[in-house]
Ligand binder design. Sequence first.
Ligand SMILES: Cc1cc2nc3c(=O)[nH]c(=O)nc-3n(C[C@H](O)[C@H](O)[C@H](O)COP(=O)(O)O)c2cc1C
Length: 217
Amino acid sequence: MKNIIVRSLVMATTICLLSSCSTAQQPSGTTLPPTADKKILIVYLSRTNNTKAIAEFIHQKVGGTLVRLEVEKPYPENYEATVHQVARENETGFLPQLKTKIDGIEKYDVVFLGFPTWGMQLPPPMKSFLSQYSLKGKTVIPFNTNAGYGEGSSFQTVRKLCPESTVLEGFVTRGGSERDGQYLVIKEARARETQKEVEIWLRKIKIPLRETRKMPE
Ligand SMILES: Cc1cc2nc3c(=O)[nH]c(=O)nc-3n(C[C@H](O)[C@H](O)[C@H](O)COP(=O)(O)O)c2cc1C
């Protein structure tokens, strides 16, 4: 009898130790996917609507709140003038005033950030956004469109401006080229193709998609 009690105690202790061990070994931060009950915010900057198209695909797939980032003083309509203004802003570190206000940013667990590449950098309005709002403790997921030169330093800047967030692998795709008169190109067949790529990426970074989300009763 005494033997049985001793053995049971040893077994219980072993199980206890094993379970606390596995909790301790849970991956922290970057590899923990957000669960289906997380609150999602999608903030994007877009001039010719390519990044907007991606933001909308993400929104269709994951739900949450979709917000277009706007500045108090809009950039010039003229492309060259905008390029010059952005170059100056990037050089001086000028942060444009935002028109967009986000109420209760604390309530979001996951924040998608969408932007085009501007001057091979993160556009100044997105730098303003990240300087104004703290995303501490949140999962941050960048996405980018560009004219074929890639995301430049934009993802690195997101990481730098979100030092206490878990920044997941971003999505990058080719958008338009205003310089060459190509505005919205993520449409029709290209939109369908990009939509599939977005879905593959979301599955890869383990974001629960709406079809598989638990809907409220
Ligand atoms: C001011 C400005 C600067 C740009 N700089 C770059 C660049 O450095 N590299 C690049 O690949 N594309 C650059 N582009 C092109 C945009 O990144 C590309 O057209 C993008 O798809 C636009 O996104 P949107 O349609 O959401 O505005 C620039 C566009 C603008 C307006």
